[in-house]
Design a protein around this ligand. Structure first.
Ligand code: SF4
Ligand code: FES
Length: 235
């Protein structure tokens, strides 16, 4: 395969390099493909499926699927937007997300995707699960009520911090984010400056003592929809 080639996203021909994922090539071309579990610098995980696109008519996760010469990718279609809305709505009802009281509001990728996709209220019944909060650590707390199981903290702690502080336990509806100490965050090596803390897209892992340092209304997604930074690169 040639090192450099092109492929099509929603009718636009874009350049790509061998080994690039569809999502990465789209980012560089200024085309936003919604995503949640993917984060620059972290190994792609392919868990949330929010980045699903059609590749030559077949659904694939853009964050894991390598770009190939000449493929036809559909991203911004009514059907895919509807599928993404359903995924986001399911994440909202499956946890306990009270955005108006959350320190992450305005900086939260889940909330911002809800706004971008035009979700006013989820169509599914809320499950109101019982989840534990761990506030034992002096600098950081974990509120599992808001965890969307994206695994970004797991990968950041393992691959960037070299600590393996976070991992998943349980399966299906019982799956939870856990820490590598017996039970308490306080007994781990976690520091507030760790990449794992910054990697959380929602308000599940938060630093203590810095709440509302940036007022509501002046936060990243209060002014520009999620994905605008990528779309501003379009020529
Ligand atoms: S704690 Fe945050 S980063 Fe970790 S899995 Fe949950 S939502 Fe993702
Ligand atoms: S961003 Fe691709 S599966 Fe989550």
């Amino acid at each position: 395969m040639a090192d450099n080639f092109t492929f099509i996203i929603d009718g636009t021909e874009i350049p790509a390099r061998q080994g690039q994922t569809i999502l990465k090539a789209a980012d560089e071309a200024g085309i936003y493909i919604p995503r949640l579990c993917n984060k620059d610098g972290l190994e792609p995980y392919g868990a949330c499926r929010v980045c699903t696109v059609l590749v030559n008519g077949r659904p694939q996760s853009a964050c894991t699927q390598p770009a190939q010469p000449g493929i036809i990718v559909e991203n911004d279609t009514e059907e895919l937007t509807e599928m993404r809305k359903q995924l986001i709505e399911m994440l909202f009802v499956e946890g306990n997300h009270f955005c108006m009281f959350c320190e992450k509001s305005g900086n939260c990728e889940l909330q911002a995707l809800g706004y971008r996709l035009g979700i006013a209220a989820p169509r599914f019944p809320f499950m109101f699960p019982q989840r534990e909060l761990d506030a034992t650590h002096p600098e950081v707390f974990v509120d599992r009520n808001r965890c969307i199981l994206c695994g970004r903290c797991v990968r950041a702690s393992r691959d960037q911090d070299g600590k393996n502080v976070f991992q998943f336990t349980g399966r299906g509806i019982k799956k939870r984010i856990s820490v590598n100490a017996t039970s308490r965050l306080a007994d781990t090596e976690l520091k507030s400056a760790d990449k794992a803390v910054a990697a959380c897209p929602v308000g599940s892992i938060l630093k203590k003592g810095v709440g509302y340092a940036v007022p509501i209304g002046e936060r990243i997604y209060d002014h520009k929809p999620i994905g605008s930074d990528i779309e501003s690169k379009a020529k």
